[in-house]
Write a protein that binds this ligand. Structure first.
Ligand code: FES
Length: 129
């Protein structure tokens, strides 16, 4: 018997289906415009929200691995600036806007449930199953 709300898996491969979501945190834990970081099965993920838009992205800067959630979030540009050497990432696409980082951080589709939970997809946006 499967518990209500559990994540279905593909029995033939044991892998989660594309765009399965996992519950991460209550939205009340994440003040609007602030970042919170969570260690979950997909890795270390930073989550923030602005004006009912949720953003979930890999916390590790692709330059030298600093924690982006220790940096500055710009809620108008929806960007995060790395605290170490100033790389700026678009948190919607993950793309670096300013270096020295050259590579994007992963971004995860995120949603808010009716009962106030933040859930994120188990695979980054744009990644094939
Ligand atoms: S570690 Fe982020 S800019 Fe260098």
């Amino acid at each position: 018997m499967r518990a209500a709300g559990s994540v279905p898996t593909d029995r033939s491969t044991g892998r989660l289906s594309l765009l399965d979501y996992i519950r991460v945190a209550g939205i009340a834990e994440i003040p609007e415009g602030e970042m919170r970081v969570y260690d979950i099965s997909v890795g270390r993920v930073a989550i923030t929200h602005v004006e009912h838009r949720l953003f979930a992205f890999g916390d590790e800067c692709t330059h030298s691995g600093c924690s982006l959630s220790d940096g500055e979030f710009d809620d108008r540009e929806v960007t995060v600036e790395c605290p170490c050497h100033g790389s700026v990432f678009d948190v919607e696409t993950g793309e670096p806007i300013e270096g020295p980082a050259q590579d994007p951080v992963p971004v995860f589709p995120a949603r808010l449930t009716d009962d106030g939970w933040v859930e994120i997809a188990t695979q980054p946006a744009g990644e094939d199953g």
